[in-house]
Design a binder for this molecule. Structure first.
Ligand SMILES: *[C@@H]1O[C@H](CO)[C@@H](O)[C@H](O)[C@H]1NC(C)=O
Length: 237
């Protein structure tokens, strides 16, 4: 009897070790768009809605921000990268203050956000706004493509918002964003989430070449609003 239970405990312990190792490296493969997907836990819902309190409910980014955060919970995303930093929290209503929103979300759900911008003033303002959660947010002044070339962790969530729509230089903007997705692509994986700002705009918006690039590689638009949200089709099986 006594030796039996010791063996059982040893076996259970081994199973536990295997499971906890597996959990360390796996992104959650639950398809949130399937009928039997689990419901979000209350504390995760609170984290999302608290982060979103910074913008009005009718903000054109509200639905895509909230859907992106839901997906990050489902998929257990850890590393969040934002290209294009906010201009400070006084601009929440018009500009979305994404660094504060995703930063607060990262803090509340134990994730880590890196926001990259080459504008000194934006970096300064965003650093000020997220100082209190600096364990979960890093704001870096850099050219985004240079940054991505040297970044060596998986990118679980990518938000492309570095250049604002401007019809006079739209071609330049679209190509710049294309360079960003190309540089980021080697760090994306099957369960990555990609959010594109200014999708539904004239001439394909500022991310036209990005979503064409992604769609050619099997990515699917799962939310189609003013912003577009993409996941890989293999992650929805
Ligand atoms: C982020 O925040 C949580 C606490 O909310 C913490 O446990 C975690 O280690 C932090 N840092 C990183 C790098 O994720």
């Amino acid at each position: 009897m006594g030796s039996m239970s010791i063996i059982n405990i040893a076996v259970l312990f081994q199973i536990f070790c295997v499971l906890s190792q597996a959990r360390d490296v796996q992104w959650n493969s639950v398809n949130p768009y399937s009928e039997n997907s689990p419901k979000l836990e209350a504390d995760n819902k609170i984290a999302i809605f608290t982060a979103l309190e910074k913008i009005p409910k009718d903000d054109k980014r509200f639905i895509t921000f909230s859907e992106a955060m839901k997906l990050m919970i489902y998929r257990n995303s850890k590393n969040l990268i934002e290209l294009g930093t906010e201009w400070g929290e006084e601009k929440c209503t018009y500009d979305g203050c994404s660094t504060s929103i995703f930063g607060l979300f990262a803090y509340a759900t134990e994730k880590f956000l890196i926001s990259v911008d080459n504008d000194q003033n934006a970096v300064y303002k965003a650093k000020e706004a997220t100082k209190w959660i600096e364990d979960n947010v890093s704001v870096i002044k850099s050219d985004s493509v240079e940054f991505l070339k040297n970044y060596d962790k998986p990118i679980d969530f990518l938000y492309i918002d570095s250049m604002d729509y401007d019809e006079k230089i739209l071609d330049h903007i679209q190509h710049y964003h294309l360079e960003e997705i190309k540089a980021a692509y080697r760090k994306l994986h099957k369960y990555s989430i990609v959010l594109l700002d200014e999708g539904n705009m004239d001439h394909g918006g500022s991310n036209k070449l990005v979503y064409e690039y992604l769609e050619n590689l099997g990515w699917e638009r799962v939310v189609n609003k003013w912003q577009y949200l993409y996941v890989h089709k293999d992650s929805l099986l």
